[in-house]
Design a binder for this molecule. Structure first.
Ligand SMILES: *Cc1c(COP(=O)(O)O)cnc(C)c1O
Length: 235
């Protein structure tokens, strides 16, 4: 059973994050509902996730296939599930059809596998392309230089629909620094959107986490992924 204290802790966090989120959305000139607050639920128990859904969370994201599968049945049905973590090609078949979006497509090989597995079960999977916006060795994703050619190739893959971009920028001390990365993402997102390609639309710009979601919204994000600020520090 869940402790009463962790529920009220969650509620306090949610109310705080939600009011900061709403204020940032308003400040950026957008309306209620135009920006998605996704709860990043790695390491969080299903009963806590369900409490977050009761509070108003509509979208959740998991990082690991194994963890996603082990929790999936216990999580309330009416929530939109995204996969946000590093996905290995050999695990794709286990989640296709079970998530509404894979946010973290970091290679052509992965995109092809998602397409193949989707076709096999007669579905089309919505995906976002992960951009390594800081050019970091430690992170996966396409570099801004190669993205255009990569999208040309990906647009021909049946079984996927490319609906936007996502990134995890380098850790920055100052708001001004992280906003530079977010602004570069925004520019890529707009530029890619101008080119008309089959199966490619730029609708979702997924960026911003606990420490920087307000900056991200200011720079044009319409999908923020918040974990720690909602659920507390992960062990
Ligand atoms: C964990 C995670 C988040 C949330 O990070 P917090 O700093 O805990 O808010 C967002 N996106 C991805 C891809 C993550 O893995």
């Amino acid at each position: 059973m869940m402790e009463k204290s962790s529920i009220s802790f969650l509620e306090t966090n949610y109310n705080d994050i939600k009011s900061r989120f709403d204020a940032a959305v308003k400040k950026s000139g957008r309306k209620d509902g135009e920006v998605i607050l996704l709860a990043a639920t790695k390491t969080v128990a299903p009963e806590i996730i369900n409490e977050a859904i009761k509070l108003g969370i509509t979208h959740i994201g998991e990082n690991r296939v194994q963890e996603f599968l082990s929790k999936n049945d216990e999580v309330t049905k009416n929530v939109t599930r995204h996969f946000i973590g590093h996905l290995q090609t050999n695990k794709v078949k286990d989640i296709v059809g079970k998530v509404s979006m894979i946010e973290s497509v970091h290679s052509l090989k992965l995109a092809r596998e998602i397409g193949k597995c989707s076709e096999k079960i007669g579905t089309v999977t919505d995906v976002l392309i992960e951009i390594n916006i800081g050019g970091e060795e430690s992170k996966s994703g396409f570099s801004p230089d190669e993205i255009d050619a990569a999208i040309d190739e990906m647009s021909a893959i049946r079984g996927i629909r490319i609906r936007g971009l996502m990134c995890i920028p380098p850790i920055c001390e100052k708001s001004e620094q992280v906003k530079e990365y977010f602004n570069r993402m925004r520019k890529l997102f707009v530029d890619i959107g101008l080119k008309k390609r089959d199966n490619v639309t730029m609708e979702f710009l997924s960026m911003g986490m606990s420490s920087d979601f307000e900056d991200a919204i200011e720079c044009g994000s319409n999908l923020v992924r918040v974990g720690t600020a909602l659920f507390g520090k992960r062990n």
